[in-house]
Every structure is written in structure tokens, then in C-alpha cells.
Design a protein around this ligand. Structure first.
Ligand code: SF4
Ligand code: MG
Length: 331
């Protein structure tokens, strides 16, 4: 699944001079087979907007989305879009809000199975539902299927949401903060389940989170977002060891335990970036300890630091390299 130059802009206000809100700007990345890519950033940085564009809940203002080499924004026929929706599924932060309280767990799983032609007849449907529940370790499956959402714990509900996403047989799951509303004690269990499904079913994940420690635990690659821009992308371990972008450094300095406590959350001091009629230049300029004159005039381009690493920052257009930028403690 590949995004190329995705942008999303909204008109806000009206009258003589409507303003423009820049929700996403030139977002590009690729998610490979059986790969986990994390998208890390504060709330409002555009992470969920990317997911909504990728599952086609809305259209981008610019840019393209490719799935297995096909430009999916051009694929209008119903069957093509149904196939794409079967392949690219989404799970959300709030497992309760995404389940209908009047329907049983079984009902929730039957719908996508029928919609995508995965079961015929009542007997087969029941078997598929039970298989899905067992796949996500919800047992005894037949009993769980007869329950209603409020009769399950938060962790069990998120497992139901994962089972529902698996129903059409996807190869990609976009997981938007899938563990952030769960008790800390059960978070790792849900990530481990997702990891097992990756191995067993060849699933790739775009893992959206504000918790950089969980990205290190779960993701092969991590991309950092700020104000609608992806500012840095790198293999997760390298990004955590040697962050290049000043914002990534700030995020990591805010994590109390860099060795990956799942409890730690990003607490970068906020000074909200200006998304409406944003000034020219780097969106991080107002908060950046390394800001230079050029930063307020020109948007930094992408600098390739290694084959699988890149950053968007003028420091790297000026001959700096990783390690020469101040360490997290100095910021
Ligand atoms: Fe800081 Fe300039 Fe780099 Fe932006 S481009 S992060 S303001 S040094
Ligand atoms: Mg969000």
C-alpha cells in the first residue's frame, strides 16, 4: 500500500476571505508485505486523516494511493472498491464505540462475512464466526458469539474489533490507537495478538499511535508526524537510538524510560502549530531549538540519510549529519 504526495486541505470560515486548513501536506510512504509501519505524533498531527484517506472514508485534495500497483482513486466500479475494502481494513481506538450495543458479537462478525461472500448458509456462517473468535483467543467461541458488547471487557471488545477486521480476509490493517484506551496490563497482549496475525496471515499494519515506546516494540519502521507533515522516517530501532529531526528528539526526550516502558507517553510541550493559513517554511519553526532564518522562509525538502532513512529539516540540507544535532538532553 503506497501513498504518494497525499494532501488534505479544508476551507474554513466563509465570507470574502475563506481560510485554508492544512490537515496533511505531501505525505508519501509505502507499507510492504508483512511489514509494520508506525505513524507517531501528537493528536491533531494528521495521523487519523491519513487512515481515513487510505480506507476511502474521504478523498484527498491531492496525491495518489496505490494498492498492489493500482491507482485505487481511479477505480470506481463497485466491485473494485469492494475488493479494496476487503483487503484494507481498519480498527479504531474505542472498541466500545465501534460496536453496536443492541447486536450480539456474532451479528457483528456475520455482517462482513456475508458482505464479502465469505460464508453461505447459516451453518457455515456460524462456523466462520467461531473460527474468527478462536483466532483472536476469545473462547468458548459459541458463548462469546451470543453475548452483547457490554458483557465483554475492553480488551475482549478490541479482540472482537480485530476479528471483525479479519472477516473479509484483509492483507492490510490500519490500526488507529488500538491500545490507547485499554488497561496498561492488557496492551501488550493485544499487540502480541496483532503480531501473531502478521505471521500467520501475512498481514501488514499501519500502526497509528502517540506512544513512541509502543512503536518501538511493535513496528519495523516508524514515521514521525508533525502538523500534517511526516518529518522523519526510519527503521524503528535506529530512529529511537539516533533521532535526526529536532521534533523526534523532543518526543524522545519526553519519554521517561527510553528502553520502552509501555506506560510512557509523549509529553512534548505543546504550542499548537498553526494549521489554518500556515506561515511559509517549516511547521516546527516556532518550537524548534535549532531554528535558522531559512526555516521561516522555505519548507524543508526531503533529505535521504541512508537507503531506508530520511528527514525533512534544513539542518540536513546544510551538510549536518546524524549525531551532530544536539542530543535529546541538550534540547
Ligand atoms: Fe528546526 Fe529548521 Fe529543521 Fe524546522 S527545518 S526542524 S525549524 S532546524
Ligand atoms: Mg487520531
Amino acid at each position: 500500500l503506497e501513498a504518494k504526495g497525499l494532501g488534505k486541505y479544508f476551507q474554513v470560515g466563509g465570507g470574502f476571505r475563506p481560510k485554508q486548513l492544512r490537515a496533511l501536506h505531501e505525505v508519501s510512504f509505502a507499507l510492504g508485505h508483512r511489514q509494520v509501519v508506525a505513524l507517531v505524533g501528537e493528536s491533531g498531527s494528521g495521523k487519523s486523516t491519513i487512515a481515513r484517506l487510505l480506507v476511502r472514508l474521504m478523498d484527498p485534495s491531492s496525491g495518489k494511493i496505490f494498492f498492489r500497483g493500482k491507482d485505487i482513486l481511479q477505480e470506481e466500479p463497485r466491485q473494485a472498491s469492494l475488493d479494496y475494502r476487503a483487503q484494507v481494513q481498519m480498527i479504531f481506538q474505542d472498541p466500545f464505540g465501534s460496536l453496536n450495543p443492541v447486536h450480539t458479537i456474532g451479528n457483528h462478525l456475520e455482517r462482513p462475512l456475508l458482505l464479502h461472500g465469505k460464508a453461505k448458509g447459516a451453518g457455515e456462517l456460524k462456523d466462520r464466526v467461531n473460527e474468527l473468535l478462536e483466532t483472536v483467543d476469545l473462547r468458548p467461541a459459541a458463548e462469546i458469539a451470543s453475548r452483547h458488547p457490554h458483557q465483554l471487557s475492553g480488551g475482549q471488545r478490541q479482540r472482537v474489533a480485530i476479528a471483525r477486521a479479519l472477516a473479509p480476509g484483509p492483507s492490510v490493517i490500519l490500526a488507529d490507537e488500538p491500545i490507547s484506551m485499554l488497561d496498561v496490563s492488557i496492551r501488550v497482549g493485544v499487540l502480541n495478538l496483532m503480531e501473531r496475525l502478521k505471521e500467520e496471515r501475512g498481514i501488514s499494519y499501519l500502526y497509528i499511535t502517540h506512544d513512541i515506546a509502543s512503536a518501538r516494540y511493535f513496528a519495523d519502521r516508524t514515521m514521525v508526524m508533525y502538523a500534517g507533515h511526516i518529518v522523519e522516517g526510519a527503521p524503528s530501532e535506529e530512529l529511537m537510538q539516533q533521532p535526526a529531526h529536532p521534533y523526534t528528539q523532543l518526543l524522545l526526550s519526553a519519554v521517561p524510560d527510553p528502553n520502552g516502558s509501555m506506560k510512557s507517553e509523549l509529553k512534548a510541550k505543546s504550542g499548537a502549530p498553526k494549521l489554518i493559513d500556515p506561515p511559509p517554511g517549516c511547521p516546527f519553526a516556532d518550537r524548534c531549538p535549532n531554528v535558522m532564518a531559512v526555516c521561516r522562509q522555505e519548507m524543508p525538502g526531503t533529505t535521504q540519510l541512508a537507503q531506508d532513512r530520511w528527514v525533512r529539516c534544513h539542518l540536513f540540507g546544510q551538510g549536518a549529519s546524524i549525531g551532530k544535532v544536539g542530543s535529546p538532553k541538550e534540547l
